[in-house]
Ligand binder design. Structure first.
Ligand SMILES: [Fe+2]
Length: 430
């Protein structure tokens, strides 16, 4: 009998080991498999732009750029040959439009319409396009994108920034899936905009995410240097945008991310603060923020650790995805418990569309929470969270428009209708 038990145990150990090795090979293959990739913009700053691409054969990478499409007279050449290319164009002028092309001998590069603008210190109007959980190819993804294109009247120059709220590549964030779900369908965008991509749980099932994207860990794009690609700021004109990683690193209140966030927000001088991360602090969509087992506790962690920081610094807008629907709060504060603890004391302004705040950032001045995880798919859900009265089981994306004193966020649904909209106006304090 003892022998038999021993044999069974040994068999189990062998099975677990085989599974472990198989799983490692699968994860490593998805993470490191080499794929060709058309050139795309990586880190954008006020005075530089990085361009990355991958060619089937090792070669010396070459980028030509200039101030008009006909004067691409500046040429940068990589020092050594490789299949993976990254060229940073330095010493650019702030807030300036440039045109570029990439030259390759082994990849047929689509150089049509390649241009970018460096980040602006000042700009009267800004427009962001925000998509969440967009990494599933098909008619839904295409139609949500088509509605943006219609909204900007087929003119990409009408858009300033592109933010992705995570789960950008289903189902596992492999190199191949990033090509299929992001670089191919959004090629015209990645030619012109840095994809400020938030890490989602599906993206981080493999190790490709932080290889595909380069994020400004050293404060290159504004804000306090974080020393981590997982969390950083990007500043343009009236906006201080903070990106956090709710998936892969410590979410504790004395962790590196929370400590950096406090420092970064304390030093901010821009009128509008938007914080983006994948897993929402409040949701009654496909994921439930009342269930601290949901997503291994990440919804509860993000609420309990980070909402007090958002309150402390009067963050204006918090954007998340993960639940595949649309959910939105009023201007609220101090709600870190479950939904049954939400009361009118948490509501700063009990209105639907028009909110006001002081131009001087103020503790507990209220934050609006928006979940937009329906840019390619939809969950069946109840949408009964009392903090999120404006919730829709609809696919779509967000258009966020900023001026020095107004922030307007619109949920542009898949049918081209603005299905929800609000404006925060900031005024001088009397
Ligand atoms: Fe997710």
């Amino acid at each position: 009998m003892k022998k038999f038990i021993k044999r069974v145990l040994l068999g189990l150990v062998v099975l677990v080991a085989i599974y472990g090795v198989g799983r490692f090979i699968d994860v490593a293959y998805g993470s490191w498999q080499f794929v060709d990739r058309q050139p795309y913009l990586a880190t954008q700053t006020q005075n530089s732009m990085r361009i990355k691409w991958q060619t089937p054969e090792p070669e010396i990478g070459k980028v030509a750029y200039g101030l008009t499409p006909d004067t691409l007279t500046n040429v940068l050449i990589e020092p050594t040959g490789s299949k993976k290319h990254s060229i940073t164009i330095p010493r650019l002028k702030e807030c300036t439009q440039y045109y570029y092309k990439v030259i390759s001998s082994s990849l047929n590069i689509d150089n049509n319409g390649r241009n970018f603008r460096t980040l602006c210190e000042k700009k009267e109007k800004q427009r962001l396009w925000v998509i969440g959980d967009s990494g599933q190819v098909g008619a839904n993804q295409r139609e949500v994108y088509a509605q943006l294109y219609k909204y900007i009247k087929n003119d990409y120059k009408e858009l300033d920034m592109w933010l992705l709220l995570g789960d950008n590549a289903y189902s596992s964030g492999t190199q191949k899936q990033f090509n299929k779900t992001l670089f191919k369908p959004f090629l015209e965008l990645v030619k012109r905009y840095t994809p400020w991509a938030v890490a989602g749980n599906h993206d981080t099932r493999r190790w490709a995410f932080y290889d595909v994207f380069d994020f400004p860990a050293n404060g290159e794009a504004g804000g306090v240097p974080s020393g981590h690609e997982e969390f950083y700021s990007v500043e343009e004109a009236n906006l201080h945008l903070v990106v956090l990683d709710s998936e892969t690193i410590s979410r504790s209140s004395d962790g590196d991310m929370a400590n950096w966030l406090r420092k970064d927000l304390a030093r901010n001088t821009k009128p509008w603060v938007i914080v983006a991360f994948h897993t929402p602090p409040y949701s009654d969509g496909g994921h439930k923020s009342d269930n601290c087992w949901d997503s291994r506790g990440r919804l509860c962690d993000m609420r309990e650790t980070f909402v007090p920081i958002f309150d402390e610094f009067g963050v204006d807008l918090v954007l998340s995805g993960h639940s595949h629907g649309y959910e939105r709060s009023k201007l609220i504060k101090n709600h870190i418990g479950k939904s049954d603890t939400f009361s009118k004391n948490n509501i700063v302004q009990d209105r639907k569309t028009d909110y006001t705040k002081s131009l001087k950032e103020k503790k507990n001045s209220g934050t609006i929470y928006q979940v937009c995880g329906s840019s390619a798919k939809l969950d069946g859900a109840t949408y009964n969270h009392p903090a999120l009265p404006y919730s829709l089981k609809e696919m779509g994306s967000l258009i966020i428009e900023l001026t020095p004193t107004t922030l307007t966020s619109k949920f542009l649904n898949i049918d081209g209708k603005i299905a929800d909209e609000f404006t925060i106006t900031k005024k001088e304090e009397k």
